[in-house]
Design a protein around this ligand. Structure first.
Ligand SMILES: [Zn+2]
Length: 193
């Protein structure tokens, strides 16, 4: 039976790189993957890209899209789908996660979601919470703290080098805004300068 996977981590844990490697593995075996990316991720422009420079086209899902409809459109065109890979899954809606669960159960197609666990304000993203509730398999993608040698568990938001602890959980940033940290460094970041 196919499974719903949630592979979660912090920023800079190479989640998208992991996704692209998985897509590559399927494709070298002649299998087809369906790649999904949230519209909220304004950096994406229809591509899953990594800091290492890899890039793959993906279907953009907005808040009103029913992912089951997207899946069925491919089936109608007689296109096979061997696996669904979802980037930035924390930005999807709870309803989207329910739809992904249905794809696994109804079509026996594995779905692998890659995303953040908690936002910079220490709250679970709604979609990540739903994935914890519904996934068959959870896997942590690990990386180390930006400031020390411990494992990173949280995301620190920096604006002008100052930590930010409140605000909209979905707030897109790059290197200048988010760093992976352990809890101790989250609470008391050893920021200099
Ligand atoms: Zn640390």
């Amino acid at each position: 039976m196919a499974k719903l996977f949630f592979k979660y981590g912090t920023v800079f844990s190479a989640k998208s790189l992991n996704l692209i490697a998985t897509a590559h593995n399927y494709e070298t075996q002649g299998k087809k993957v369906l790649l999904l990316i949230p519209k909220l991720d304004t950096r994406s422009e229809g591509y899953i890209s990594t800091r290492a420079g890899f890039k793959l086209p993906a279907e953009v899902i907005d808040i009103h899209t029913n992912i089951l409809d997207i899946y069925n459109e491919h089936l109608k065109k007689k296109e096979r789908i061997d696996c669904v890979l979802v980037d930035e899954s924390q930005m999807f809606s709870v309803e989207h996660i329910n739809q992904l669960r249905e794809i696994v159960s109804v079509f026996n197609t594995p779905v692998i979601c890659y995303g953040l666990r908690v936002s910079y304000n220490l709250e679970l993203f709604e979609a990540s919470k739903r994935l914890f509730e519904l996934a068959d398999k959870l896997e942590e993608i690990k990386t180390i703290c930006w400031y020390c040698k411990k494992k990173a568990t949280h995301n620190l938001k920096l604006v002008d080098n100052q930590p930010q602890y409140v605000g909209n959980p979905i707030d897109i940033g790059g290197l200048e805004k988010y760093v992976p940290v352990c809890y101790d460094c989250y609470i008391k970041p050893p920021i200099t300068g």
